[in-house]
Design a protein around this ligand. Structure first.
Ligand code: SF4
Length: 198
């Protein structure tokens, strides 16, 4: 999940025949550098992305909440699908303990609840604890981040929590093992700004 969130890979989610995220009234963002994707999306399906610079677009959805590129056999442009779709990972909700509340996304919520995690190593459990702590922190400190960096949806909170969970870990001086810690609000704010505004 982390490489996908950091823009260094794609999510490898065993979706099976689930198309919940393609049928949940979601606007799919496409960035201007996604030339391969854009060449497979008809211009009439693209709309300027709100609050984003010129060139960023979104795919809308039909009256049933379905992506217009979803066909009977799944995504009709699967090999060229947007980065948003390549990196979407509904396991993020179970990982963070956050629940989707949007009525239109009930099928994603239902599917996500079925995921189960295992912790082969103690470190896996500790990191999961840090992810949950980061999510709880972000929920508790709404308004901490500048407006342009603040997560607006549950999905964005969950993704940010995974992305900054390392701030909720520290190395024990004696054992050198990672252990959960509680950073200050100011420390989290500064680090998020540093990472997001290079
Ligand atoms: S572009 Fe493809 S993968 Fe993305 S939402 Fe539409 S149908 Fe689903």
């Amino acid at each position: 999940m982390l490489p996908a969130i950091c823009g260094q890979g794609v999510s490898e989610v065993p979706c099976g025949d689930c198309t919940a995220c393609c049928t949940s009234s979601q606007f799919v963002h496409i960035a201007p550098d996604e030339n391969e994707t854009l060449s497979h999306v008809p211009p009439e399906l693209r709309f300027p992305a709100p609050r984003m610079p010129r060139g960023h677009v979104v795919l809308g959805y039909d009256q049933s909440g379905h992506c217009p590129l979803l066909g009977g056999a799944g995504c009709s442009i699967y090999a060229h699908r947007p980065r948003t779709c390549r990196t979407y990972d509904c396991r993020v909700f179970v990982a963070t303990g956050l629940e989707i509340t949007e009525e239109s996304q009930v099928s994603i919520a239902r599917r996500a609840k079925r995921w189960r995690f295992s912790f082969p190593e103690e470190l896996d459990r500790v990191r999961h604890e840090a992810v949950r702590a980061a999510a709880a922190f972000l929920k508790e400190h709404q308004g901490l981040l500048p407006e342009d960096l603040a997560p607006r949806t549950v999905t964005q909170v969950a993704v940010l929590a995974v992305g900054i969970h390392d701030l909720f870990l520290d190395r024990d001086a004696e054992t050198t093992r990672l252990r959960p810690v509680a950073p200050t609000a100011q420390a989290v704010r500064s680090e998020v700004i540093r990472r997001r505004r290079p």
